[in-house]
Write a protein of this length. Structure first.
Lengths: 118, 157
């Protein structure tokens, strides 16, 4: 599986990659981006099977990123954040996100949410 | 007990369970709460420290302070990276993420829509003291992880 992890924290990108492997997903290639603008740039050059995106990021936040990428890409998108407000979750899903996971998360939670999408 | 005092007590209670849960889930580390104390001001020192402001209807600050080696160990566990290969920016980034996860867990448990969190602030260094002058007392949770002590601070306005 090729995955794009979009998060302004390099540590969180590593946490997500490690969590996906622990959840049993076979990661053939993990692309990383520090914000939504970088994420769109990666997607312009590479196709991926899954996108995991943070919510709060500089330059382009996760919600705008999802909105923009949905103009051309239908890859499953899962948002990971500490902000668990129902309104925001609804907003993300309305913009095209396929799932939402709150930090801290377990490999089991990643499998539960992402498993059906890939 | 006033509404503000009740709110503060709920944050403290939430942190007491959130910190061990987050460290166990993300860093695979056992954490024990060894004490709780009240301080007259919000003061956090290093070497590794993280802060998050409560910026919604409810105002306040959550702080984390721990030895650098303990921070490196926790960050290494949650990322799968060797602790000694973590760069200084990695450690600062990781302290911020730990603080973010602890504060986020607290917010989720309290389930108060009046709580909004700022992005995390992180610091790493030998000698410094971060002081937030509010005139309000701060509750300090004293914790132990891997035989090392660290503290979590919460102050509400």
């Amino acid at each position: 599986m090729r995955v794009l992890i979009v998060d302004d924290s390099g540590v969180m990108r590593k946490i997500v990659a490690k969590g996906l492997r622990q959840a049993g997903f076979k990661i053939d290639e993990a692309f990383e981006a520090g914000d939504g603008v970088e994420g769109l740039s990666v997607l312009a050059d590479s196709s991926v099977d899954l996108i995991v995106a943070d919510w709060n990021m500089p330059n382009m936040d996760g919600l705008t990123f999802v909105q923009e990428l949905r103009k051309t890409v239908q890859t499953p998108v899962v948002m990971i954040t500490t902000e668990g407000g129902e309104a925001k979750v609804s907003q993300a899903m309305a913009m095209g996100a396929n799932g939402h996971i709150k930090k801290p998360f377990t490999p089991e939670k990643l499998q539960e949410v992402i498993g059906p999408l890939v | 007990m006033s509404n503000t005092d009740d709110h503060h007590a709920r944050l403290v209670e939430s942190l007491q369970s959130t910190v061990p849960e987050v460290m166990s889930t993300m860093a695979f580390a056992e954490v024990a709460v060894t004490g709780i104390s009240e301080k007259p001001e919000f003061c956090v020192s290093g070497p590794a420290a993280g802060l998050m402001l409560l910026i919604g209807e409810r105002k306040g600050m959550v702080g984390v302070s721990m030895p650098e080696l303990l921070a490196r160990g926790a960050i290494a566990n949650i990322t799968g990276v060797d602790p000694l290969s973590l760069s200084e920016p990695d450690v600062i980034d990781g302290i911020g993420e730990l603080t973010n996860m602890l504060s986020g867990g607290m917010k989720t448990k309290v389930a108060d829509p009046g709580i909004q969190l700022s992005p995390p602030i992180a610091a790493l260094g030998d000698e410094y003291l971060i002081e937030w002058k509010t005139g309000r007392p701060t509750t300090v949770l004293e914790l132990e992880m891997s035989g090392e002590r660290f503290t979590v601070h919460v102050c509400t306005l």
